[in-house]
Design a protein around this ligand. Structure first.
Ligand code: DQA
Length: 140
């Protein structure tokens, strides 16, 4: 069975309640149920942290055994050289995802420090960004 790790960064624990006009009204836990039903033959593991170092620890932990990683690094996307280095340090392909289209938003969201270390980038499709990333990984 293929194993895909989903990792959500800071403030994404509040999905469903946080700025619903941008991020939607659905919690990630609820969306995850739908994803798991859609991919019964894929082991979809989920981790969320608001802490940069904890996200790095998780990448190290799963990065040599998972078939792929779907990473929404939240605001750390725009600031973290350490996450860039962690993605480069592991073997599993990482897809960067964003729920919103960051390029339509504030200028500080236009720059990603992790994109160059990732296999691909998906943004702007709402929660469906995660499904599209999974499609990209399992199609490999
Ligand atoms: C986000 C976009 C980031 O700019 C923001 O800091 C987030 C969420 C998204 O999924 O659209 O926390 O990654």
């Amino acid at each position: 069975m293929q194993k895909i790790q989903i990792i959500n960064g800071p403030n994404l624990n509040l999905l469903g309640r946080r700025e619903p006009g941008i991020y939607g009204a659905r919690s990630f836990e609820d969306y995850l149920k739908t994803l798991r039903q859609r991919y019964p033959n894929v082991q979809l593991d989920y981790y969320q942290s608001n802490h940069e170092g904890a996200l790095i620890d998780k990448l190290h932990e799963v990065g040599f055994e998972a078939n792929g990683i779907v990473l929404n690094a939240g605001a750390y996307t725009h600031t973290s050289v350490a996450l860039h280095d962690a993605i480069r340090a592991i073997e599993a392909p990482v897809i960067e995802v964003h729920i919103s289209n960051v390029h339509q938003r504030e200028e500080f969201r236009h720059k990603s420090l992790i994109s160059a270390a990732c296999k691909g980038v998906i943004c702007g499709f709402g929660l469906d960004s995660y499904r599209l990333a999974i499609e990209g990984l399992i199609g490999d």
